[in-house]
Ligand binder design. Structure first.
Ligand code: NDP
Ligand code: ZN
Length: 356
């Protein structure tokens, strides 16, 4: 089979591999729709998880089931499914502690395009199909549904982790697709005022549609100063970090009120260096005593999560298709879509590829 792969750090290309084998609890799927992720860009061009050789990329997909293992009960060949970006080993120790995405070790639930071949392939393997896959609801647009496996799951996690009081003030730093879903999540969680920090017109338009009340450009001056001024020096109850480099954490901590929460979605870093540190501002963090908590997480996966996110779309709470700014047709277009994600200029929020 054919797949679009990371050949080594900084290099991508098409490769041939054997079709993956199906274990008794697993499924093999063909892609129905695909999307590249900023995380693929960090992985290939920044070497953020270290080197990988000839690893097929991609973790955002809708699929058509091609084969199921002997123990799989809920799916059969031909089913159209939502494939979560994160596919935990359900029943494993970290899952029993309440952290399924961290199964087998930090970020261990992230298997596609990390520990095994990803979904940018003619066939891909899904572990524990009954626990991980969800049926794609009839009639849901593919452009909307392909945002569910990672963008909705991660962006909403940012809001879920942010401890947002009803009517509370939230700042969302970064309004790519993850931050846009963070805005939507903050609105669904009952936020009052929502600051969206970004610069490009198209994401700003979608940020407003998803519930942002105030737009701040980090290029028009210091973000913290602008938001403190707008809140009479009070700051915000919750900050959702979805863009920028390591220094964004300084902004986030300085923006939060004492007792506020900083919820990080960002995937930080270049290369694998144990001695890299992320900055915490000493005074902004109350010399270590301001009850400003930093919470982070990896996108939640699994069937129940996918079904709930699908309901957000089915029952009209959100239209994720607003983020599908470029729609390609044909599996082989994933190469163009990834390059567009890498360069991300103009009105690009998220390119998507419809495979059939
Ligand atoms: P994008 O690159 O599409 O968006 C980044 C946003 O950050 C843009 O709106 C950009 O604004 C903004 N930005 C850049 N610099 C600053 C700054 N100094 N202050 C405020 N905003 C800034 O990213 P995605 O939405 O695709 O992803 C966001 C992050 O989430 C990435 O690090 C990604 O790898 C990570 N991620 C994490 C996951 C997880 O499980 N935790 C899962 C998926 C993704 P502008 O365009 O106007 O310059
Ligand atoms: Zn992703």
């Amino acid at each position: 089979m054919k797949g679009f792969a990371m050949l080594k750090i900084g290099e991508v290309g098409w490769i041939e591999k054997d079709r993956p084998a199906c274990g008794p609890n697993d499924a093999i799927c063909r892609p129905l729709a695909l999307a590249p992720c900023t995380s693929d860009v960090h992985t290939v061009w920044e070497g953020a998880i270290g080197d990988r050789h000839n690893m097929i990329l991609g973790h955002e997909a809708l699929g058509i089931v091609d084969e199921v293992g002997s123990e799989v009960k809920d799916f059969k060949k031909g089913d159209r499914v939502i494939v979560p970006a994160i596919t935990p080993d359900w029943g494993e120790e970290a899952e029993q502690r309440g952290f399924p995405s961290q199964t087998t070790g930090a970020c261990g639930g992230w298997k596609f395009s990390n520990f095994k071949d990803g979904v940018f392939a003619e066939f891909f393997h899904v572990n524990q199909a009954d626990a991980n896959l969800a049926l794609l609801p009839e009639g849901m647009s593919l452009e909307a549904a392909v945002m569910i496996p990672d963008m909705l799951s991660t962006g909403f996690m940012g809001a879920e982790n942010a401890n947002i009081p009803i009517g509370g003030t939230v700042a969302v730093l970064g309004i790519g697709p993850v931050g846009l879903c963070g805005i939507m999540g903050a609105k669904l969680r009952g936020a009052g005022r929502i600051f969206a920090v970004g610069t490009r017109p198209k994401p700003i338009e979608v940020a407003k549609a998803y519930g942002a009340t105030d737009i701040v450009s980090y290029k028009d001056g210091d973000t913290v100063e602008q938001i403190l001024k707008a809140t009479d020096g009070k700051g915000v109850d919750s900050v959702i970090v979805s863009g920028g480099g390591p220094d964004i954490l300084v902004d986030a901590i300085n923006l939060a009120k004492a007792g506020g929460t900083i919820s990080n979605n960002n995937y930080f870093g270049k290369g694998m260096f144990d001695k890299d540190y992320l900055p915490i501002p000493r005074t902004g963090w109350g010399f270590g005593m301001a009850s400003k908590n930093i919470i982070n997480g990896l996108c939640p996966g699994g069937k129940v999560r996918m079904e709930r996110l699908a309901d957000v779309v089915t029952y009209g709470r959100m239209d994720p298709a607003l983020m599908a700014t470029q729609v390609y047709r044909g599996f082989e277009k994933i190469e163009d879509a990834l390059m567009m994600m890498r360069n991300k200029t103009g009105d690009v929020i998220k390119p998507v590829v419809i495979c059939e």
